[in-house]
Ligand binder design. Structure first.
Ligand code: UTP
Length: 287
């Protein structure tokens, strides 16, 4: 089946517990942690909007109401700062709120990323869609010529009309933290996926090309997810479903341009904070 529609919808799985950031994430979602003064999830939604997607679906669990509140009006606050110099701090979030529609879906049990994506099926229906894991923060490429990672995937989808995942070369000793792909390079930086392994030990990893949290998926993935058995830790892995899909259809993996920060880990979070402070915040403050 060829999918010719442009991608309009983007899912944000955000139901995980964020245990690596406890106690900060005890009562607050990991996705609301700020990089400088903007929460991770807002960076993700802005990236989706840049890529042409304005129907935003959040997969949330218990204790994630702050995400819904963030993308809604706060009349009291807005009234308080109206007409003051502080109003500009709300410009970006207002833009996002004006341009996007938001849907919230509950994942009742944390049965893995694959299961979280399947929870979004009623909103997606039968069209291609994107998935963003907001704790992977993708910065704009410094050349100024390219969109962030999701926009690059969407542009490739226009050309190839198949599922496309973002990959990055990681140090070989870190393969155990990622899904790892192997495949054939069909164009510079674009691979036809042959195989995928979830979190292999360095000695078992076929390559060091790691899947990061940006995906464009065709809707047949839902059937593959339904047929995917939970892995060793009881979670339904998106990697297993994609591996099965890759055996039947073309799945591409793309080395995107621009830096990615793993903000689900403390080291990556600090790196991102420093990077955004130096390269974005200070420049905007001067402007
Ligand atoms: P992670 O593996 O980073 O798990 O999930 P986590 O719970 O967020 O964080 P740690 O490892 O405990 O610190 C990857 C992404 O998948 C989502 C998470 O919210 C995160 O965006 N996820 C994971 C779900 O939405 N549901 C799940 O059942 C599992």
């Amino acid at each position: 089946m060829a999918h010719t529609t442009k991608i309009r919808k983007c899912l944000f799985p955000a139901a995980g517990y964020g245990t690596r950031f406890l106690p900060a994430t005890k009562a607050m979602p990991k996705e609301m942690l700020p990089i400088v003064s903007k929460p991770l999830i807002q960076y993700g939604v802005e990236e989706a909007l840049e890529a042409g997607m304005n129907q935003i679906g959040f997969i949330v669990g218990r204790g994630k109401r702050a995400i819904a509140d963030h993308f809604d009006n706060n009349y009291e606050l807005e009234h308080q700062i109206k007409g003051t110099s502080k109003e500009k701090y709300l410009d970006d979030i207002r833009k996002v709120m004006d341009k996007c529609e938001f849907v919230f879906m509950r994942q009742r049990e944390m049965l893995g990323l694959g299961h979280a994506i399947l929870t979004g099926e009623p909103m997606i229906g039968n069209e291609p869609f994107a998935v963003v894991l907001a704790d992977d923060l993708c910065a704009a490429p410094s050349d100024g010529d390219h969109m962030r990672a999701l926009g690059q995937l969407a542009a490739l989808y226009d050309r190839y009309q198949c599922s496309i995942i973002a990959i990055e070369e990681v140090p070989p000793e870190e393969t155990g933290s990622y899904g790892i792909i192997s495949g054939e390079e069909i164009a510079p930086g674009i691979y036809q996926v042959h195989d995928m392994v979830e979190k292999p030990k360095p000695e078992d990893a076929p390559t060091n090309m790691a899947i990061i949290g940006r995906y464009v998926l065709t809707p047949e993935i839902f059937n593959y997810l339904r047929n995917t058995k939970p892995g060793a830790n009881g979670e339904v892995q998106i990697t297993d479903a994609l591996k099965a899909l890759a055996q039947d259809r073309q799945v591409l993996a793309v080395k995107f341009k621009g830096r990615r920060f793993d903000c689900g880990s403390v080291d990556g979070f600090i790196e991102a904070t420093n990077y955004y402070y130096e390269n974005v915040y200070k420049k905007e403050a001067k402007a």
